[in-house]
Design a protein around this ligand. Sequence first.
Ligand SMILES: Cc1ncc(COP(=O)(O)O)c(C=O)c1O
Length: 449
Amino acid sequence: MSDWNRDEVLEDDRHLLHPLQHPSDHQDPTIFVKGEGVVVTDIDGNEYLDGLSSLWNVTIGHGREELADAAAEQMKQLAYFSAYVGCTNVPAARLAKRLAEVAPDGLNTTFFTTGGAVSNDSAIKTARFFWQTKGRSGKVKVISRHDAYHGVTLAAMNLTGISSYWPMFESQLPNFLHVQAPYPYHYTPKDDSIGCGEAAARALEEAILREGPETVAAFIGEPVMGAGGVIVPPDDYWPRVREICDRYEVLLIADEVITGFGRIGHWFGISHWGVVPDMITFAKGVTSGYFPLGGIIISDEILEAIETTPPDRKWNHSFTYSGHPAGCAVGLKNMEIIEREDLVSKAKELGLYFMDKLRHLDDLSHVGDIRGIGLMAAVELVKDRSSRVHYDPAEKIGSSVVKKMMDNGVYTRGRGDSVSFAPPLIVSKAQIDQIVDTARDAIVVVTEG
Ligand SMILES: Cc1ncc(COP(=O)(O)O)c(C=O)c1O
């Protein structure tokens, strides 16, 4: 089907160090060569439904010529020029304005980065800067949650609450700490008069009090935890977190790297709970993965701090590729398509259909939990349903299901024994059926042999 030669590519690939590299996970890599809509094709011509929008990012689907054209036109016009203070460019300014239109009220200003982790690093630095400008230089600690994924730069790794990312990198920087996540399936509060959302919010409050509010700069959380296994918080959680952050003067950062750009039926996921954060971090869906772009959207109050600080105490933060003209042109076109095709509403609508289909998997004896919101869902497998006990990790049940699904033409990923789903927002009902049917077959084969 193509001019590529599998052996040659694999020979070249020996020079490529992959994310999360270990040879045991790379014995028979799939070489993807083409994408069209929800379908991706490998070098041997095998087709797969993309059940996870690749890495939760190809929101409007593969093969969109309009995005390629937007990049090409901008590259021909002005591929790159610095957007450092004193310079600007048309697509960056326009995309920042467009983001202000869809962001919650009071968040009107964007700093662009190149991805998720660097956006989170930028948000932490900005939170610390903010408190410095207020003469509160002791407010430096950042609280995040166990099971959270915020990326793996040195600072973002310390926010990330999935501990397998830590041990080999001498992590545990000072001033980062983790609290309980609102994980309804596994977290039953000791106090049975309150639910898991309230209890997890109280865990944040207790941590702030224990550390001292005068030492805490910010709390960061994904509106719905993604890589941690699609953990959807109870409805009372985010409003309570907002109250607590207000009470102790702690900035609230919503990490919308996965939930942004329509994934759960809102431009930004936190809006589902009517909560307005102080900062939003975003990446992935802003360009549907066609260009590495991310950023932070800051509140008017934070902007004011940046604009009124004396020059020798300025917000001295930057990246070469902040406001990359080609990336921002792709972002603008991507947002235009999301709006034109009404994909934010579609995510909500199709999400209901998807959840309904997934719930049918409940008849399988090792399906413990089925959860999701919008087009973001997971099925958690357990050895024993009544005790919710997991399989021994050595059994690799989750990864075996993912592999079986891949063999049967559906790509996805999981965490432990949770299998995640987040197809492009253009997925059809027939494709959803195929994804769920493939998951069913794989779960049956793996868990019931
Ligand atoms: C919620 C969240 N934040 C941050 C990141 C890190 O993004 P990146 O890999 O672009 O650094 C991810 C990546 O999956 C993510 O899911």
